[in-house]
Design a protein around this ligand. Structure first.
Ligand code: SAH
Ligand code: SF4
Length: 474
């Protein structure tokens, strides 16, 4: 692995200088207005966090922002490659930009992220989508100012994809999407090579940010009034591995928990093969860490788990869940499950249903297996027929809906602490947020409550939303 993945400070300073040069060009070119950027991030929270850095850099160059691509001068799609559906959506969006570019050739159309990091995709875009002006992969995000400078000064197409084990770039400006909850990446990349997954192929090897940098970032977020931080990594449990500092994930959680202030800590994702008793004990001990563990199980069949290269069994998963339920009263589990992995039999699937019943997840992210070029599973030939997958998928989601409804019904009368983060969906005079266990809760209240904690008594539920009454705001 790359022993020192940090981008040198001089390189970051050089990028800041490129930003200033871009700002000069932009000011001259758009002397009559503030140019607007439309940045759309597909996929996971890591991508959303990258999108916030992209917006930070664009903001430094003098761009304003819009949610309407039709009025934008700079359009960027930050892409996802995890499933084929995500890629098709990007191609659809890019295709629809052709007309807009014809109407206004001054628009810059850019693509970045996991999907375009794949060589077969970047080649296809270079050849078949001539109106894409700027394309860059996951390892050069911090060089956006330099790439923009090249684009703005030459108006030629700029493509920058490098094969790399990955870098850590600190001190990039961030323009956060919200004011209540913040994403804080603690590590990047993945070493696990689950056989279905493209992430290790496009995000490089695991590398961890220094704890001091993570802690400083969180301290300043709390000073700025943020009430929740979500620590991000493909497998937060391997935080530190291979680094030259001495702090594992549980120890990092304890340090964050010690930061003064009334705020919450979440994290994702925790790989079951590395989720230790130490981690569970830490969650139990640390008052600010939410009683919610997202622990993607993927399948309940040991045979499939082995074919997936997941490194645990259904039994070891269940005993970890049992340990946590005993140690952390009221702990909630959520998970990811893939239906229709190559060779999944009815018997394998029945084991998944069995596991789902035994754990009693509060919610599930269910995915139909998607064949990804370059992964090991793409070579497995025994794909399950589509009708069979659809039937299993429905059976799983029906089961989960029933489990969630039973769970919600059992919680009526309980009191929960909600971090209010938005207007409610059930009614305009409701506000909503998540409780400690990650459930969506809504109650009658004004938007002035956004950004504060409220004690709410649960009175009802509608589908995936718990309904309650506010008893106290704090
Ligand atoms: N690092 C995280 C997951 C990142 S991808 C972890 O290991 O938990 C998020 C989820 O997408 C995965 O948990 C998996 O359920 C799903 N996924 C990944 N590759 C997939 C594929 N090829 N087909 C279907 N679902 C997939
Ligand atoms: Fe993909 Fe597995 Fe890594 Fe998660 S742990 S990102 S599923 S390879």
């Amino acid at each position: 692995m790359n022993k020192n993945p940090h981008v040198p400070a001089e390189e970051i300073a050089a990028q800041a200088e490129y930003s200033r040069m871009c700002a000069d060009i932009i000011r001259e070119r758009y002397y009559y207005k503030i140019p607007l950027a439309y940045v759309h991030s597909f996929g996971c929270q890591q991508n959303v966090s990258d999108g916030e850095k992209i917006k930070g850099m664009l903001s430094q160059m003098g761009y304003g922002f819009t949610d309407n691509a039709d009025e934008a001068d700079f359009i960027l799609f930050n892409t996802c490659a995890v499933r084929e559906g995500a890629e098709s959506r990007v191609f659809g969006n890019v295709g629809s930009m052709k007309k807009q570019k014809q109407r206004n050739p001054k628009i810059t159309l850019a693509l970045c992220g996991c999907m375009v990091q794949q060589e077969h995709i970047s080649l296809k875009i270079k050849k078949s989508y001539p109106y894409v002006d700027l394309l860059f992969g996951t390892h050069v995000l911090h060089k956006l100012p330099q790439m923009m400078h090249e684009r703005l000064s030459s108006m030629s197409r700029v493509f920058n994809i490098t094969e790399d084990e990955g870098t850590i770039a600190e001190d990039i400006p961030i323009r956060r999407d919200g004011t209540v909850k913040a994403w804080v990446p603690i590590m990047y990349g993945c070493n696990n090579f689950c056989t279905y997954c493209v992430v290790p192929l496009v995000r490089g090897r695991e590398r961890s940010r220094c704890p001091d940098r993570v802690l400083d970032e969180i301290r300043s977020l709390i000073v700025d009034g943020y009430k929740e931080v979500c620590l991000l990594g493909q497998n937060v449990n391997s935080y530190r591995a291979g680094s030259d500092f001495d702090m594992n994930f549980s120890q990092l959680l304890r340090e964050i928990n010690n930061i003064e202030g009334d705020f919450r800590i979440r994290f994702m994702t925790s790989h079951p093969k590395d989720a230790s008793h130490e981690l569970i004990d830490t969650i139990a001990d640390c008052g600010k860490v939410c009683r919610h563990i997202h622990l993607p199980v993927q399948s309940g069949s040991d045979r499939i788990l082995q074919l997936m290269n997941r490194g645990y069994t259904a039994d070891s998963y269940l005993s970890l869940v049992e340990y946590a339920k005993n140690k952390i009263p009221g702990v909630a589990f959520t998970s990811d499950i893939i239906v229709g992995f190559p060779g999944e039999t009815e018997e394998d699937f029945a084991k998944t249903l069995e596991l789902v019943k035994r754990v009693g997840f509060s919610s599930l992210f269910t995915f139909i297996y998607s064949k990804r070029e370059g992964t090991k599973a793409a070579q497995y030939s025994d794909q399950t027929p589509k009708e069979e997958i659809d039937r299993r998928f429905k059976q799983l989601t029906d089961l989960q809906a029933q489990i969630a409804a039973d769970n919600f019904a059992g919680r009526i009368g309980q009191s929960v602490r909600v971090l209010v983060d938005s207007q409610g969906r059930l009614s305009p005079d409701y506000v909503g947020g998540r409780d400690d266990s990650g459930s969506n809760v809504e109650f009658k209240g004004g938007t002035e409550l956004i950004g504060s904690f409220a004690d709410v008594e649960i009175t009802d539920f509608r589908s995936a939303i718990i309904v309650g009454q506010c008893r106290m705001q704090n």
